[in-house]
Structures are given as C-alpha cells and as structure tokens.
Design a protein around this ligand. Structure first.
Ligand code: NCD
Length: 355
C-alpha cells in the first residue's frame, strides 16, 4: 500500500483492498500472532463527533496489536473549546503519536487535517461525506459472508443523502464488475449526485425505489441505515422522514434465502428486533469484522508512516464551495483546492459543486 493517509477508500487499488481483506482474514484466524505487532507506537483518536463502534474498535485494534492510545472524544475538554483551529490541533498532536484517527462533523476535515499532520491520518467520518473504514469493514463482511465483492445486487435503504457509510460503500463497490445498486429512500433523502455520477462513471447500474417491499426479493445485500437526525437543520423534517422504512421479519419472508442484511449501526428503529436472530442478519458480526479490518489497516499504514506528507495543493480557479458543511467554511486558511469534473469544478475537500 503506497498511501500515507486514508481519506477515501478510492485511494486504494483493488490489489491493496484485497491485501487488506486477506490480512483481516489472517488476523481473524490467528489474532494472538499479532499481539506485539505495533509495540512502541501510539495512536491518537480525535473524535469531534459521537462514536461508539468506530472509536472503540480503533482503540481496541491498536491495543490488540500491542500499541498505545491517546486522544479525546469530547472536544469540549480539549483546546478546541478555546478556539484552536484544526490545523494547530493536528500539528501539535502529530508530534505526540504515530498515527491519527479523526472524526469531524465538517465535510473534508480529514483531508484538511492530513495536510498539516506529520504522521498518517485516517478518516473516521467527515460529516455526511465519507467513512472509509466503515466501508473497509463492510467489504470484509461481504468477503467473509458472500465470498465475493462482485456480481451483487445491493440495496441501500434509509438516509442515502446524509449517510456517509452509504456514500463510501457505493463508491467502492461500483469499482467491481457486475454490481447493481438499488437506492431505497424518500425523494428528499436520495443519494447525492456525485455518488450517482461516480457509479455511472465506473460502469455500474443503479435504480431508485421508494418502497422496500417492491425490491427486497431482488437483493443479495441489504444495507440499512438510520435517518441521520444530527444532519437535519429542521426538526420537523426529521420527524417526517423517520420511521418510513422499517425492515422486519414479515418483509424478510420476501427476501432471498442468502440475503445478507448489514447496518453500520447504531440502529434506531429501521430494523425491528425480530430480525436479529435471522441467520441473514449480519450487522452484529459486522462489528466484530470491523476490528480485524482496522487491525489490518493500522499495520499497513504504520508500515508506511514515514512516507512524505502530501503536497499542499493550491488551485488558482476563482471558486468557492457551495456546501455549507464544508471544512473550508470555517477553516478559512485552507489552501484553495478544486478538481475538474464533467459538469464544472468540484471542491477538492468535500466533492460538492464549486461556483
Ligand atoms: C455510522 C457513522 O458514524 O457514520 N456509524 C459507524 O461509524 N458505525 C453510521 C451512523 O452514525 O448512522
């Protein structure tokens, strides 16, 4: 693996991904073999947003590899509450550790952090944008449960607009031949254009549906997500959107015998508890697999920790990002960064349209 930072799983080649999946399998089969693999290394987890699984599985992964952990999960207890910029926090913390795992509510924050870090940075979720290590977990789950990453009809149901795990997973799986996507949501919570464009550009097909009942029988994989309450500016709109799609035992009767039901968790009410004991429910196993996925990733990234910091990119185009939740809106010192796309330019941090 040549990368220093993991911001978007798209940075990995298919060979890199396969290497990580194979390694996750090896770790699963023989975890005690790796007990001292990261001895002497420190991981900093900087969580500006709530997390149970991602933060704890990263910490458990590092501890199981013999490394140590530092960090915060309540920015109110750190100098962030005194007004410290992301740049300054990262410059300081990267003097103390060998690898940083960061979760931030602003989109593009992990890429921004990587520009100022002396050590590798892993994106553990940047707002509604991406969540590559959940996707790595999801790919490991498919690899273990389905034995393949291609030729799958994948239903993505719930908050396809704000669900960063949906965005990362659809982008990644569209790189494999024969995958088809069914986006199941209300019209208000459809997947963003940049995700649908990426699927098309990678040569995969997708359709949209407003019912789960009508499509569940076609699916090999059903990826359920909660409605992301914290990303709604209007509480009444959240109330209208929640509870629309609920997977329960009655709907499971119309699904294939070998359907795999996944969910990044936390679940609110979108999967009824009567599905939990169905052998097709993989969402609790998924959390175990995430540990092996992260152990494999940490070992690979630490092996490359002395790679050069990525060059700070500076675009000359006179654009601004149109996304209010982009990191460039608050961290105004960031270098201007725009990338050309078919319909114009995109923000290099959050991938939304630039104007
Ligand atoms: C997801 C996240 O944080 O994006 N959870 C996770 O990392 N396992 C999904 C969610 O919060 O809905």
């Amino acid at each position: 693996m040549e990368i220093r930072d993991l911001i978007d799983l798209g940075q990995l080649t298919q060979a890199d991904t396969m290497q990580l999946l194979d390694m996750a399998q090896t770790v699963k089969n023989n975890p005690s073999y790796f007990i001292d693999h990261c001895h002497g290394n420190i991981m900093a987890t900087l969580f500006y947003e709530p997390s149970t699984r991602t933060q704890m599985s990263f910490q458990a992964a590092m501890l199981r590899l013999g490394g140590k952990i530092i960090g915060f999960d309540n920015p109110g207890n750190s100098s962030v509450s005194k007004g410290e910029s992301l740049k300054d926090t990262v410059k300081v913390v990267s003097n103390y550790c060998d690898i940083i795992v960061i979760r931030n509510p602003l989109e593009g924050a992990a890429l921004a952090a990587s520009l100022f870090s002396r050590c590798p940075v892993i994106n553990a979720g940047d707002g509604g944008h991406l969540h590559p290590t959940q996707t790595l977990t999801d790919l490991v789950t498919l690899f273990f449960e389905k034995k393949r990453l291609e030729g799958l009809t994948v239903g993505l149901c719930g908050d396809n607009k704000n669900g960063r795990t949906v965005h990362s997973l659809a982008k990644s799986l569209s790189k494999y031949p024969g995958n088809r996507f069914v986006f199941i949501s209300t019209p208000q919570l459809q997947a963003p254009a940049y995700i649908l464009d990426a699927i098309k550009a990678n040569g995969c097909e997708y359709e949209t549906s407003q019912t789960l009942e009508g499509v569940i029988g076609d699916l090999d994989v059903l990826y359920m997500t909660r409605i992301q309450r914290e990303r709604f500016s209007d509480a009444a709109e959240y109330t209208r959107q929640k509870g629309v799609f609920i997977l329960d035992a009655a709907k499971m009767r119309h699904a294939k015998k070998d359907l795999t039901v996944m969910h990044p968790l936390p679940r609110v009410d979108e999967i009824a508890v009567d599905v939990d004991d169905d052998p097709r429910a993989a969402y609790f196993k998924q959390t175990e697999y995430g540990l092996y996925a992260r152990m494999a990733l940490i070992m690979n990234m630490l092996a490359n920790k002395n790679a050069a910091r990525p060059a700070v990119v500076q675009s000359t185009e006179p654009f601004v990002c149109t996304n209010d939740r982009c990191i460039t809106k608050t961290e105004t010192y960031l270098p201007k960064y725009f990338t050309p796309a078919p319909g114009g330019f995109l923000c290099g941090y959050c991938e939304h349209k630039a104007q």
